[in-house]
Design a protein around this ligand. Structure first.
Ligand code: 4NP
Length: 157
């Protein structure tokens, strides 16, 4: 594995929250000139090969980011030795990751909002069954998480 930090964001479907988290971290890292490898995946199988939800695409586009080329994939046990950090959007997905983590794997598994002071233990709420405003909230929350995570990756914490 290279020294460059690497992060895999994980939600349930890999079409709403984790592609937004991936976009937010890429954008925050580029702004600060920090090199980081970023990817996203889902714990569920339903959207493998699918582009992000249209509402997630529209939300990212409002912030100048095109996520239309992203395709859903499922977390793979090998990810636990490929990525330095595997970051879950909520407690259910964190629990799934901890159950599937191979013995001796090197990735640090965490909850995204645990990297944001004052929001430890909170979830990125699943916006899938709601309206566009839920995607706006998800964007704000994953952006806060990305900034917190970046402070760790860049050695400021
Ligand atoms: P995500 O949202 O986990 O943020 O990608 C969901 C997308 C799809 C489903 C659930 C959540 N689904 O049940 O298909």
């Amino acid at each position: 594995m290279s020294d460059r930090p690497s992060v895999l964001f994980v939600c349930l479907g890999n079409i709403c929250r984790s592609p937004l988290a991936e976009a937010a971290l890429r954008a925050a890292a580029a702004e600060r000139g920090i090199a980081v490898d970023v990817d996203s995946a889902g714990t569920g199988p339903w959207h493998v090969g699918d582009p992000p939800d249209r509402r997630a695409q529209a939300t990212a586009a409002r912030y100048g980011i095109d996520i239309s080329a992203s395709r859903g994939r499922q977390v793979d046990p090998r990810d636990f030795n490929r990525f330095m950090h595997i970051v879950a959007m909520d407690r259910d997905n964190l629990d799934t990751l901890l159950r599937m983590q191979p013995a001796g794997a090197t990735a640090k598994v965490s909850l995204l909002l645990d990297h944001v002071p004052g929001r430890v233990g909170e979830a990125i709420a699943d916006p899938y069954y709601g309206g566009l405003e839920g995607f706006e909230t998800a964007w704000a929350d994953v952006s806060a998480g990305a900034r917190g995570l970046l402070a760790i990756l860049s050695g400021n914490q």
